[in-house]
Ligand binder design. Structure first.
Ligand code: 5GP
Length: 197
């Protein structure tokens, strides 16, 4: 690689992170927590047939990292639900965009979520999945915003409690960007300009 192309690469990296305001959870902290949750899940599901259900799109990063810390044979499935679109406020309206590929009856289901805000999405998904009669149904969520949660949900495997701010990174987006940041951060106000409805 020439010096010129290295400079171009570095300026792209700087540009990529220029919208970041404050890092709330560092990449190292996220990884340590994921490892800890993976260990607990490994212990708890030792004799069970585990099915990880990820909620797209946000949970794909947590799913990928978490699953590699679960030292058990397991299966994956995904659901996609509508979230905020290009806005940052919860609407309370949940729409299934993609349903599971497989039946969950009599399976030990662990629902993996990136973040629980109002809790409405998760409450809806739990009710929907419970009706399909899994052998067990638990939740793993990397983050929770307890101050704004509107429904009471038992999150068996919880990563971090965060204040009621809009965050991006580690799977979470704003207008489909920032999902690949290895940490969780807030955005500068300028990053929302022209997009927040
Ligand atoms: P809830 O139904 O709990 O209010 O919202 C859950 C969903 O909204 C999450 O799965 C996520 O897609 C989105 N969400 C909630 N809070 C945030 C946030 O701070 N940042 C981003 N990017 N998405 C969020």
């Amino acid at each position: 690689m020439t010096a010129g192309s290295t400079d171009t690469l570095l300026s792209h990296v700087a540009e990529f992170e220029q919208d970041i305001d404050r890092i709330l959870i560092s990449g190292d902290e996220v990884q340590a927590k994921i490892r800890e949750l993976g260990d607990r899940i490994t212990e708890d599901y030792r004799d069970k047939d585990l099915l990880l259900v990820g909620v797209l799109k946000g949970a794909f990063v947590v799913m990928a990292d978490l699953s590699r810390h679960i030292r058990l044979p397991l299966r994956f499935d995904f659901m996609a639900v509508s979230s905020y679109g290009a806005s940052t406020k919860t609407s309370g309206v949940v729409r299934i965009l993609k349903d599971l590929d497989h039946d969950v009856e009599n399976k030990h289901v662990l629902l993996v979520e990136d973040i629980v805000d109002s809790g409405l999405t998760l409450a809806y998904l739990l009710k929907n999945l419970r009706a399909r009669r899994p052998a067990s149904l638990e939740v793993c969520a990397l983050m929770q915003k307890p101050e704004v949660q509107r429904v009471d949900i038992d999150i068996r495997y919880k990563g971090f409690e965060i204040p009621p701010v809009f965050v991006v990174g580690y799977g979470l987006d704003f207008a489909e960007k920032y999902r690949n940041l290895p940490y969780v951060a807030t955005l500068k106000p300028e990053a929302y300009e022209g997009l927040v409805g």
